[in-house]
Design a protein around this ligand. Structure first.
Ligand SMILES: [Zn+2]
Length: 232
């Protein structure tokens, strides 16, 4: 029994140290390329393109992945700026999300104090310039690792437009089955600390309702009026 336990722990340890080794190699590779990806994130920051109009951003992202040997599918779910970039074949199919949209009214120079580049313009206040770039860096680093170690499986990066506000870009991707056959989707978000969480969050859809009333004299003929507020 004791032998079995120690055999298991040796096995676990070697598995753990092996995966540590792989992770270290991938992080080292990312560090080598950090200058390249910083430039890319800064470029996307400067373009600050709104949801569904991420035209230059999506081109840059696709080009980077295409150069790295991914096959690109554009116009996913009929959205001109949505794309997938795929490497490998068979299972597991691991999806990585890459956001890219900027937000209205958040135009900003790359400074720590409020200083709009364009007054009232769009800006990357949510850090999707980092989100998209970081996801691309991850996909390429994992692809290179898979290639060098002969690891089987599929990496599928999703260029996902219009994440913010009423955009709902992924709603349409889901509806068109763009995520069918994927075993797991990984994503991340820029924040002010490093943390990992297995939690899920709510999805939302936006709808607009209008309620119309009918004006009438409140004292002389209130019965002829219809209150929009009551309708609500
Ligand atoms: Zn965000």
């Amino acid at each position: 029994m004791r032998f079995l336990l120690s055999a298991v722990s040796v096995l676990c340890f070697s598995f753990y140290s092996q995966s540590q080794e792989h992770a270290t190699a991938i992080v080292q590779r990312l560090n080598q390329l950090s200058g390249r990806y910083s430039e890319m994130a800064e470029q996307i920051w400067k373009w600050a393109e709104p949801g569904y109009l991420e035209n230059k951003t999506t081109q840059l992202m696709q080009q980077e992945l295409s150069n790295a040997g991914f096959s690109i599918q554009t116009g996913v779910a009929g959205i001109p700026t949505a794309f997938t970039a795929t490497y490998g074949s068979g299972s597991p199919v691991i999806g990585i999300l890459a956001e890219m949209d900027a937000l209205p009214g958040l135009s900003q120079k790359p400074l720590p104090t409020r200083d709009p580049a364009v007054e009232g313009g769009y800006g990357h206040g949510c850090g999707h310039n980092l989100f998209g770039t970081g996801s691309i860096a991850a996909a390429i680093a994992v692809k290179e690792w898979m290639q060098s170690k002969g690891i089987k499986g599929t990496i599928k990066l999703y260029g996902t437009p219009a994440e913010e506000g009423a955009g709902g870009g992924k709603t349409y991707l889901v509806r068109e089955g763009a995520f069918n056959g994927v075993d797991v989707i990984l994503h991340w978000h820029p924040g002010d600390r490093n943390s990992a969480s297995p939690s899920s969050s709510l999805a939302y859809k936006v709808a607009t309702f209008s309620f119309r009333g009918q004006a009438a004299h409140a004292a002389a003929a209130p019965e002829k009026g219809r209150s929009a507020l009551d309708g609500v």
